[in-house]
Design a protein. Structure first.
Lengths: 99, 99
């Protein structure tokens, strides 16, 4: 199994970000074919950590082929296109390969 | 449920890091009372992301009380003490509150 990990930096307007994220963005994500599960976590940075991250979302897929196919669907593209509406330049993405 | 998220930066000696991590550190982590599950992911950074992270481990606990109690046990302390042996100054920690 693999996962797409989105790490969001603290937004300038948290209320607006969260409204968009939970009311608009996650419903788009949840429609993506092949998505097995997702997990959203609000982050608290522990002492000693230098980071701007405040939220993390993990989106699980069977494998990279399944993920790439998902991203090429209209639902995958709609979700990707929506990111600039709430997190332009404020999100880092990773592919996580689960050991 | 909450999770401790450890984000590891690329080590100078990957082979030595992984040997220590999987043979010494994870066995210590798995002994911690109250740990519900853990997930280790090797990370691949997607284009546009500026980051040094190469591995992430998530350790799940029932709640913050359970996590704090776990960290105060001999097993929790042994695991925390071991971090300097393989990832000194090369790991960031977050507490994730799952939505």
């Amino acid at each position: 199994m693999i996962k797409l990990v989105a790490m969001y930096k603290t937004p300038s307007d948290i209320e607006m970000f969260e409204k968009h994220y939970f009311e608009k963005h996650m419903p788009l994500v949840e429609k993506i074919p092949g998505l097995l599960k997702s997990e959203v976590s609000k982050l608290k940075i522990l002492p000693g950590t230098e980071s701007e991250y405040y939220m993390m979302t993990e989106m699980y897929y069977e494998d990279m082929d399944s993920f790439n196919a998902a991203m090429a669907t209209p639902e995958g593209k709609a979700s990707a296109r929506d990111i600039v509406n709430f997190a332009k330049d404020r999100v880092d993405f990773f592919i996580g390969k689960i050991k």
